[in-house]
Ligand binder design. Sequence first.
Ligand code: URA
Length: 412
Amino acid sequence: LHIPSLIEKKRDGKSLTELEITKLVKGFTSGEIPRYQMSAFAMAVYFQGMNSDETTALTRAMLESGKSLDFPGKGKRMAVDKHSTGGIGDKVSLVLAPLLACDTNLIVPMISGRGLGITGGTLDKLESIPGFNVNLSREHALRQIEAIGVVMMGQTVDIAPADKKLYELRDVTATVASEPLIVASIMSKKLAESLDKLVLDVKFGSGAFMKTEPQARSLGEAMQSVGKLMGVETHVKYNPMDQPLGQTVGNALEVREAIAVLKGEGHTDLVDITLDLAATLSSKPRQKLRQWLCEGKAYEKFLEIVDYQGGESGQLERLAEVHKASVQRELRAERSGVVTSVDAQRAGQVTLELGCGRQQAEDRIDFSAGLSGIIKIGDTVQAGDTLLTIHAPDDTSADTACRQMSTAIRIE
Ligand code: URA
């Protein structure tokens, strides 16, 4: 295989064969094809795109670069999972995984990611629980699924290693925002879970990667097509991300909010989207799923996950003290009226700067930082009412966050 010719072919807008794509991914994974050639290839794909056969071949090659989670005794229970394209305050996975696992006909092998840009990541949120280990081996994952039907973990070294290598390159070569590369990256990891059924929560709006609904639909349809071609029943839901989901943004704060939902409380926007996604995957009626939240059954399952993964479940009720920010500052309404906008992108940027995410790969996360009690669009407020509380490491960052959030909320 002559790599420069293959890059040239894609650069000039021609389609590659399945064999060419397979050999390229194999060579890149083994180290035979250097990073500079793969970077040039990624840029060619960025500009020229890929048709659906090429995207499927790329997904398959990345999936086959590693191993899949093959569950013993699979066939008796359906393996299901959800993937979200990322949002602000999106803690749905923390509720959804244990809720679905209450259904003994299902198994939930959830492989999640870390924060990316301004959007938070499930793994970072889980790590705010003292002791919680997301870096499990395949063997541990399979044992845990056998025992309690659910695992919440990160990508292991043998799951889609080609994606891990390529993602690192894309991150530093301005080639993340390429639809076929995003599709292959996400779907190769999800398909490695050996799923029967997958639901994709594709976000659009100011706080999402896809700013418009047509962009989101194009990505959703491309992922659905690959999922179906690979034999997985794939559903897509499109959800707006113009205001933060629920009422908190920030790792430990979001775990606390998720716990409230797991006990049958929480804001309706978060509860409704969780039930919607869960009902797509479960054969149980929505009412039953809601009952499992209200009865505390889903919370009990969450405690089991925490215990199995080394977390200190006794600390869950004390997370507010375990991760208490040095400064808590209330942002108050300057006028009375109805809230017409709470800019999700700004909330994401502010929380990133408060320490909830990473600006560089090696940055440490501040689990205590974030926003809580966030007012929702449609709420009526009086001048002087609290719009949200800022949790910050010091007064200076609290002042900055306060200034930035005050212009992110519109009251009319
Ligand atoms: N998440 C992924 O895992 N991969 C992408 O390319 C984008 C988001």
